[in-house]
Design a binder for this molecule. Structure first.
Ligand code: PEP
Length: 479
């Protein structure tokens, strides 16, 4: 018996963007029986057409036979952590590559990303004086929604790159290949294995001082400010070591959860398992075991479509991206579908409007969720991300560091005015010294973009910009 409860190995969805627009008139599937494959009866955005259905079925059978990547106990622990975030007792830091490639599954890249997330979290803990819940956008962020399914390369129309789980970036690999579904599993498993090993063998041990390089910071005033924060963090760790307070096991390691956009439902279905609920041994629940946390993208959140149908049945904490076209009543209905019992910490809204729109749009969305009873009886986490992409003169996509920070800081201020709180931040970042976003304390300009522009999708904050974002956010809480 397949461990995902006998769900039919994904009949290949061949529908393209044929879904009705989620206009809120019909609540998709609510109240109907749910199964890991019930999404297949719904229209789907961003679906993938495979040429070889037999190969897809074979890949899905394989996925169904493989062990879960994450356990119900880990997912349950994250839900408890996110409950603290929703109640304002912890802050959520989520970050990683825009599109994670299979090639990023190396010791060097994984270690660097983990180190960056840990450093950022220490700065944020210092700033807010509350624990930070860390979720990597990694070990599975292999599928990307695209605004166009084709692009013109050298005058020829070719299928767009949609992430390593679907096709390859190289022009010879643009046809969706079902074998990539299983390859994604193994790359996730290998990344997770190394991550778990590193964390449990002292990599995150706070006794080992991190290297805090601030030499790139051009403004002496800013450098002084950051140096003061670093000094304060290192002094605190030293003090705790001196008095012996750092012998507690909780300082020896930290939790780092994994996440990705739950875009490719064939893959998610293949890894969905009925598992015993660790908080109530008499019950079994459905877990998406591809990651601890998955989110619905802004392009696939229509109420009556496949993604919302899949997400409403899983036990994991989930995210929902909220962009400028989301209407308030639509958001309220969406919350009712995916979280009918209004469970604290179950849903994280990830707002991303753009620096120019956040002031106009965020208050209305906060009001809509409050009206719907989703932040009165219980708290909902609203985390902030950003859009803010623009084309540089050379034609590559970039983001202005300042605009990202404006969007985040405006969101923080709006929450304060509305009596809610900014629960966390969701950042597209890399630990590599890339030049994809302009600005920051290195003062990168459009002319610098060609120096090390390596993203396969959207521009990411580099290691210094990401750390700087953490310094700036921490400072808001200290001011
Ligand atoms: C993403 O986070 O990779 C993404 C595509 O986001 P959104 O759905 O907000 O566009």
């Amino acid at each position: 018996q397949p461990s995902n409860g006998g769900a039919k190995a994904g009949a290949v969805k061949t529908t393209t963007d044929d879904a009705q627009n989620g206009n809120g008139s019909q609540v998709g599937g609510n109240g109907n029986a749910w199964s890991p494959s019930s999404w297949q009866s719904k229209p789907m955005k961003q679906s993938v057409s495979y040429d070889d259905e037999k190969a897809v079925e074979k890949a899905l059978k394989k996925l169904e036979s493989l062990p879960p990547l994450v356990t119900a106990a880990e997912v349950s622990k994250l839900r408890a952590n996110l409950e603290e975030v929703a109640l304002g007792k912890a802050f959520l830091l989520q970050g990683g590559d825009c599109a994670e490639l299979f090639d990023y599954c190396t010791e060097e890249k994984i270690s660097a990303k983990v180190k960056l997330l840990l450093q950022m979290s220490m700065v944020l803990i210092w700033g807010g004086n509350i624990p930070v819940v860390r979720i990597g956008r990694m070990a599975g962020q292999y599928a990307k929604p695209r605004s166009s399914m084709t692009e013109i390369v050298d005058g020829k129309e070719v299928p767009s790159f949609r992430g390593d789980i679907i096709n390859g970036f190289d022009l010879s690999e643009r046809t969706p290949d079902p074998a990539r579904l299983v390859s994604a599993y193994y790359h996730s498993a290998t990344t997770l294995n190394f991550l778990r090993g590193q964390l449990s063998s002292g990599f995150a041990d706070l006794h080992h001082p991190f290297e805090w390089t601030l030499s790139h910071v051009q403004s002496s005033e800013t450098k002084e400010k950051y140096q003061a924060i670093v000094n304060s963090i290192t002094d605190t760790i030293r003090f705790m070591h001196t008095i012996g307070a750092d012998t507690s096991s909780s300082l020896g390691t930290v939790d780092l959860y994994t996440s990705h956009e739950g875009l490719l439902l064939e893959y998610e279905q293949g890894l969905t398992r009925l598992l015993r609920d660790p908080t109530d041994g008499n019950k079994s629940k459905w877990y998406a075991t591809s990651a601890h946390f998955i989110w619905i993208g802004d392009r696939t959140r229509q109420l009556d479509c496949a993604h919302v149908e899949f997400f409403r049945g899983i036990e994991n904490p989930i995210g929902i991206k909220v962009g400028p076209t989301m209407r308030g009543e639509e958001l309220a209905k969406l919350l009712d579908i995916v979280n009918p019992n209004k469970e604290i910490g179950k849903v994280t809204l990830i707002t991303r409007y753009g620096a120019d729109k956040v002031n106009e749009l965020l208050p209305g969305h906060i009001e809509a969720v409050v009206q719907a009873g989703h932040t009165v009886d219980y708290k909902l986490t609203i985390q902030c991300s950003y859009r803010n992409t623009r084309s540089a003169p050379t034609g590559v996509k970039t983001r202005q560091f300042d605009n990202i920070m404006i969007e985040l800081s405006n969101a923080h201020n709006i929450h304060q005015k509305c009596g809610t709180h900014l629960g966390g931040v969701h950042l597209e970042l890399t630990a590599d010294a890339v030049t994809e976003c302009v600005g920051g304390s290195e003062n990168l300009t459009d002319d610098d973009l060609s120096l090390n522009y390596t993203t396969y999708c959207d521009p990411r904050l580099n290691n210094k910009q990401a750390l700087e974002a953490a310094f700036m956010i921490a400072a808001w809480y200290r001011e």
